[in-house]
Write a protein that binds this ligand. Structure first.
Ligand code: PEP
Ligand code: MN
Length: 382
């Protein structure tokens, strides 16, 4: 695409750093919060949940571009204070949408990331305005925009002087009525093939229903997304907008617990919780540990099965492969360090895992050879 002078991929993909949070790096960035800011308590509760889940960024709309002029239009300045205050108290960053010059001016000094909503993706004057500020911009894909139009919209921001654009796929309009929009996960791959910009996914506005958010979020990470923007509300039934697609706080935390394993499977990391544990009971912490222990043992069992298959393909005297062991340990120590795990712990655990793996390979091979011998020379046949 010849006009992607600045957005086009030339070499490496780029990442964007905001106050210690890197979007487009190894870590999957979770952003969550209600569709619209409604009250101080709502934002406090939302921020606590985002923090507890391991999220980094609190969302909340204070200027709502609604389909109907009679729907709730947002709290404006008052809502901005609730959002900023709640995020600050939990050490989170915050993102909110702007819709015109006035709203941009009002939020720009207080908000860490500015969102351009789907309905404004081709509001070129607004794009040029946010191109002149020095905060990162989340650019949502338009309701019926092609990927090319979306990337050219990003080009408007970049060419006006702001290099920090994060693309956000949030579902496009199709003929399918069972979901609000259709989440276009191929757009993540295509955008990353054509552009160096980070890409995040908003499954909430795509699905329009909370029962699909968990699976779509995992699919988005598997598809290569750098982060997720998810609507969550302390009391979705009372939400002024988008209640049916908003997760309950417990669902948000549960989803976050499940994301790490998906992230790991595509060489990314996501660490849920570990922060903001206030209010958690001993019981709930123990039940988290029980869940994690179960996962560890289940995955270890699968690892052993695969190890035996590998062993069956090797000669008995070549079962131990020290250089591969070293490579694995190095990779895992690096990963552990990123996640604040002691290198010693990783090394000790893996020394044991390797020892048992080799024993199990040898045992499996000997059993197989014995079986073969028995089938060739059944007992009593010699
Ligand atoms: C939102 O994030 O609340 C929003 C209005 O999203 P979109 O612009 O994608 O519809
Ligand atoms: Mn919404």
């Amino acid at each position: 695409m010849k006009d992607l002078k600045l957005a086009g991929l030339k070499g490496e993909h780029s990442s964007i750093e905001v106050k210690g949070v890197t979007i487009g790096g190894k870590e999957i960035i979770l952003m969550g919060g209600p569709c619209a800011v409604e009250s101080s308590i709502q934002m406090k509760q939302s921020a606590e949940t985002v923090k507890k889940a391991g999220g980094r960024i609190l969302r909340g709309g204070v200027f709502k571009p609604r389909t109907s002029p009679y729907s709730f239009q947002g709290l404006g300045r008052e809502g901005l204070n609730y959002l900023v205050q709640a995020a600050r108290e939990q050490g989170l960053l915050c993102v909110t949408e702007v819709i015109d010059a006035q709203s941009l001016e009002l939020v720009v000094d207080q908000i860490d990331i500015i969102q351009i909503g789907a309905r404004n993706m081709q509001n070129f004057e607004l794009l040029k305005m946010v191109g002149k500020i020095n905060k990162p911009i989340i650019l949502k894909r338009g309701l019926s925009a092609t990927i090319e139009e979306w990337l050219l919209a990003a080009e408007y921001i970049l060419s006006a002087g702001n290099p920090n654009v994060i693309l956000c796929e949030r579902g496009i309009r199709t003929y399918e009525p069972s979901t609000r929009n259709t989440l276009d996960l191929s757009a993540v791959g295509v955008a990353k093939e054509l552009s160096h910009l980070p890409v995040i996914v908003d499954p909430s506005h795509a699905a329009g229903r909370r029962d699909l958010i968990s699976s779509l979020s995992k699919a988005a990470i598997a598809a290569g997304a750098d982060g997720l923007l998810i609507e969550m509300h302390p009391n979705p039934a009372e939400a002024t907008s988008d209640g049916p697609q908003s997760l309950y706080p417990e669902q948000f935390v549960q989803l976050a617990r499940e994301l790490g394993i998906v992230a790991g499977s595509v060489s990314r990391v996501f660490a849920s919780g570990g922060q903001g544990d206030d209010g958690e009971t001993l019981e709930s912490l123990r039940s988290q540990i029980d869940g994690i222990d179960q996962t560890i043992i289940e995955r270890l069992a699968v690892r052993m099965q695969i190890v035996r298959k590998v062993g069956d393909q090797k000669r008995l005297d070549r079962v131990k492969d020290t250089s591969r062991e070293k490579e694995i340990i190095q990779r895992l120590v690096n990963l552990g360090t990123e996640l604040q795990l002691s290198p010693d712990l990783v090394k000790k655990i893996y020394a044991l895992i390797f020892e048992f793996s080799v024993q199990s390979q040898i045992k499996s091979k000997l059993t197989k050879e014995k079986d073969l011998e028995l089938s060739l020379y059944p007992v009593g046949s010699k």
